[in-house]
Structures are given as structure tokens and as C-alpha cells.
Design a protein around this ligand. Structure first.
Ligand code: HEM
Length: 192
């Protein structure tokens, strides 16, 4: 078995930084009265990470590029069918379903961050751009900011469950490569 360097350092730092920040945003959102200032800083950091990842998707390492793992509807459905039939090929980078999950996660994180800029808290203040929108729009964006966090958490649950399922049903540990950068490349690995 050869070891192949799949996840470059920026991608790994992005990932684990994001995990820590989402956890922190959850906590600081729950204790908003005391931690609003830090919640805002965490929000800026997440927006910066998402912006970085969008850029990295075009100029980053081979397996980090969107062109490497984003597939059209046909190939994605084909992969899903193969998964059900237990004949899905192994991918070194993200598989087609995982690729779309990443798009969904990034989109929800961006939505969270952007709506947070305009969200308002009657007592404590709120996002730095809240003065730019009407009161009604501010209310809508605040509700969206709060409600869409639940959607983000649901996506994260599916994300982690599929990584666990990979471990249980395919016997492949995906977490270690996200820590070390290296994957073992068997003969069957689809190198993309
Ligand atoms: C707040 C929680 C999380 C978020 C927002 C998140 C988001 C993401 C994103 C955006 C990627 C794509 C990485 C890239 O190409 O840049 C990814 C991949 C990955 N994540 Fe997470 N993640 C979260 C939690 C976790 C946890 C708790 C684990 C470990 C159990 C995990 C394990 C992985 C692995 C192994 C991959 C690579 C999957 C593959 O091999 O295709 N993630 N995650």
C-alpha cells in the first residue's frame, strides 16, 4: 500500500478550525448576553474561513479543488445507486455525494455568517451592519440566522454519521487522513 498525500495542510487547518469555531458559536450563541462580543468575532472568523475555502477550491491542492470532486447530477446519482448496491468505488478525495455535502455545509455557513452581520438583538445590539437594513428585514434576517443554525447542525449530524458509516460498513477510517493528510492508496482507489 502506498501512502498518498491527499489533504493539504491549509485544508486540514480549515476543517478543524471550522469544527472548533462552530462549536464555539453554538456555545456563545446560547450565552449571548455574556458572550455576544466573542460570538461576533467567531462569526467573522467563520466568514473568513469560508472565503478562504472558496478561493482554495480553485487554487489549492489537487484534492481540495472543486473541479476534483464536484460532479453533475448523473454521476452523483450513479454513485448513490452504486452505494446502495455496495459496488461504489473508493475515492481518494471526496466522493460525489460527499462533494455536494461540502457545498451544502459551506453554503449554510455563509448564510449563517452573512445573516449574522445584519441580525439584531433589541437589548445588546447585534451585527455590525444591522443599521443598513429596515427593522422588518432585520427581524427576518435575525430569524433566518437563528433558524438556519438548526439546518447546519442537521447537516453536520449527517456529515459525521456518513463518516462513521464509512468506518463501519467499508472499514475505512476517514478521520485520520483529515488529521495527517495521508491516505492509503489501494489498487482500487479512484484517484480522480
Ligand atoms: C461543525 C462540524 C463540522 C463541519 C462544519 C465540517 C465541515 C466539513 C467540510 C466543509 C469538509 C470538507 C473539507 C474540505 O474539502 O475542505 C469536511 C470534511 C471532512 N470532515 Fe468535517 N465537519 C465537521 C465536523 C466533523 C467531525 C466531528 C469529524 C470527525 C468525526 C469530521 C470529519 C471529516 C472528514 C473525515 C472529512 C473528509 C471526508 C472525506 O474523506 O471525503 N468533520 N468537513
Amino acid at each position: 500500500m502506498n501512502k498518498i498525500y491527499v489533504w493539504d495542510l491549509p485544508t486540514r487547518l480549515f476543517h478543524w478550525g471550522l469544527v472548533a469555531l462552530v462549536a464555539f458559536q453554538w456555545l456563545s450563541g446560547e450565552f449571548e448576553d455574556e458572550l455576544l462580543e466573542f460570538h461576533l468575532l467567531g462569526g467573522y472568523a467563520i466568514l473568513a474561513l469560508v472565503a478562504f475555502r472558496l478561493l482554495w477550491g480553485f487554487v489549492g491542492g489537487q484534492y481540495a479543488r472543486f473541479g476534483n470532486f464536484l460532479r453533475g447530477v448523473g454521476p452523483t446519482l450513479e454513485y448513490a445507486r452504486a452505494l446502495r448496491a455496495k459496488t461504489a468505488p473508493r475515492y481518494l478525495g471526496h466522493n460525489p455525494l460527499g462533494g455536494w455535502m461540502i457545498v451544502a455545509l459551506l453554503a449554510m455557513l455563509a448564510l449563517q455568517g452573512v445573516t449574522g452581520l445584519f441580525a439584531s438583538d433589541e437589548v445588546l445590539g447585534g451585527g455590525p451592519l444591522r443599521h443598513l437594513v429596515s427593522e422588518r428585514l432585520g427581524e427576518i434576517l435575525t430569524e433566518l440566522h437563528e433558524g438556519s443554525f438548526n439546518v447546519l447542525i442537521m447537516l453536520v449530524v449527517v456529515h459525521v454519521a456518513s463518516i462513521l458509516a464509512h468506518r463501519l460498513f467499508k472499514g475505512e477510517d476517514l478521520v485520520r487522513p483529515m488529521l495527517t493528510g495521508y491516505k492509503e492508496s489501494g489498487e482500487e482507489a479512484k484517484k480522480q
